[in-house]
Design a protein around this ligand. Structure first.
Ligand code: FAD
Length: 390
């Protein structure tokens, strides 16, 4: 009997090392590649531009393999059900993911869905702390366990794709980005970025906090939508252990989100002080890069221009909002979420809670001094100069 599988792409917009694609090709004779543009999925105009480019790139790759990509707009579960009916598919394959949207969608897709490994290097729930609990709450022991466990094998890339008569695609709404200097989306662009950056990345450990040096990989938008496989990047022989350790933070936050889906609006740490001021003028100044604090305004200008901000600047701007101004981390996270081309639920809200002291920081009450941070990580003021104007 011929088996037909709907292969639902989500945050795995690539053909290399894609477990869902490999499983669909292995378990079915014919595959219906599908992406559903679901308005319930958190995103923003900058990430949308990147997403549309990534989908175009994926479609090209699937066409090269003899297939295509069906694009639909609407509720994911409803669209999957419709495409299933239209193609007579007997199987749905998609990657796992964490967070309220992903969990609710997976549940609504029903029990007969084949769920494959998702965006993490090590799947959430696979590593459990020896002292008990369903996830790690502290990074260092997680990193120790993570770096010792065997990672999943590479998913094989198909050399061809057999598709049935495919249903029509919907036109997806165009993107109207707010940032002017966005990276190109897609698997090809991601692999090119990795190839350009990795060979010279030996000084990542010493220089990744150098704001003006801009020495980090800038792979985050590609990792957020799965244009790159996190496992393949972490296993790349050209990258250093310091870099791999940073990648591990991504898995750490994802396993926290999987265990605590309310991370986006509820303090993670029981008993955390979650009272904040409501100074709307100060909040607006922070949002519009007009606080008068050079290092903070520089970071916010980079965010608005590139839809991306250096990690150290994210820590400084976030620390200034929550610890210096005493304003609510939810407001800061929401503003970042409106602009970040690499928006990732676990990383954005996990890091905001970490900074606010309501999350996984083992020293939640530590102070924060933006002048000291500026002196240490932008000693010549070159980052502030670069972003001194909007
Ligand atoms: P590199 O230094 O080259 O690191 C490689 C990869 O490791 C990154 O692409 C990312 O996937 C992962 N990584 C690095 N640092 C972290 C970290 N602290 N936490 C989790 N993963 C990490 N990252 C996002 O991808 N999306 C977000 O929405 C996001 N929001 C953030 C909000 C705040 C307040 C803070 C402090 C950090 C946030 N980060 C977020 C984490 C980090 O700032 C970015 O991943 C990093 O700046 C991306 O640049 P890069 O790819 O050059 O990083």
């Amino acid at each position: 009997m011929t088996r037909t599988a709907v292969l639902l792409f989500t945050r795995d917009l690539r053909v290399h090392d894609n477990p869902a694609l490999a499983a669909a090709c292995r378990d079915a004779d014919r595959v219906v590649p599908l992406y559903v543009d679901d308005p319930a999925r958190a995103s923003n105009p900058n990430q949308r531009r990147f997403l549309l480019e990534s989908l175009a790139d994926l479609r090209r790759s699937l066409r090269d393999l003899g297939g295509d990509l069906v694009l639909r707009a609407g509720d994911t579960a409803e669209q999957v059900a419709a495409v299933r009916k239209e193609t007579g598919a007997d199987l749905v394959v998609c990657a796992s993911d964490a967070g309220r949207f992903a969990a609710a969608t997976l549940e609504r897709l029903g029990e007969d869905v084949h769920v494959t490994p998702g965006p993490a290097v090590v799947e959430p729930g696979r590593l459990l702390p020896s002292g008990g609990g369903d996830h790690y709450k502290v990074f260092t022991p997680y990193w120790r366990a993570w770096s010792q466990v065997r990672w999943r094998p590479t998913a094989s890339e198909p050399d061809g794709l057999r598709v049935p008569d495919l249903p029509d695609s919907h036109d997806l709404a165009p993107a109207e980005p707010t940032a002017t200097d966005l990276p190109p989306g897609g698997e090809r662009a991601g692999l090119a970025r990795l190839d350009a950056w990795a060979p010279g990345s030996g000084d990542y450990g010493e220089r990744h906090d150098d704001l003006a040096g801009d020495r980090t990989s800038r792979l985050s938008p590609y990792l957020a939508l799965g244009c790159l496989s996190a496992r393949a990047v972490a296993e790349d022989p050209r990258v250093s252990e310091d870099f791999v350790r940073q990648m591990c933070w991504r898995d750490f936050h994802l396993q926290v989100l999987a265990a605590f889906p309310a991370l986006t609006d509820t303090p993670y740490r029981k008993g955390a002080d979650d009272t904040w001021d409501a100074d709307l003028t100060a909040l607006e100044a922070w949002r519009t890069a007009t606080t008068g604090v050079g290092i903070v305004d520089a970071g916010m200008r980079q965010l608005h221009a590139e839809g991306w901000m250096h990690n150290r600047a994210r820590l400084i701007t976030a620390g200034y909002l929550v610890k210096t101004l005493g304003l609510d981390w939810r407001e800061g996270a929401a503003h970042f979420a409106e602009h970040l081309v690499d928006l990732d639920e676990a990383n954005n809200w996990g890091n905001w809670q970490w900074t606010a002291g309501t999350g996984n920081d083992t020293r939640p009450n530590r102070g924060f001094n933006h002048e000291r941070q500026a002196g240490r990580f932008d000693p010549e003021g070159a980052y502030r100069d670069r972003w001194s104007r909007a």
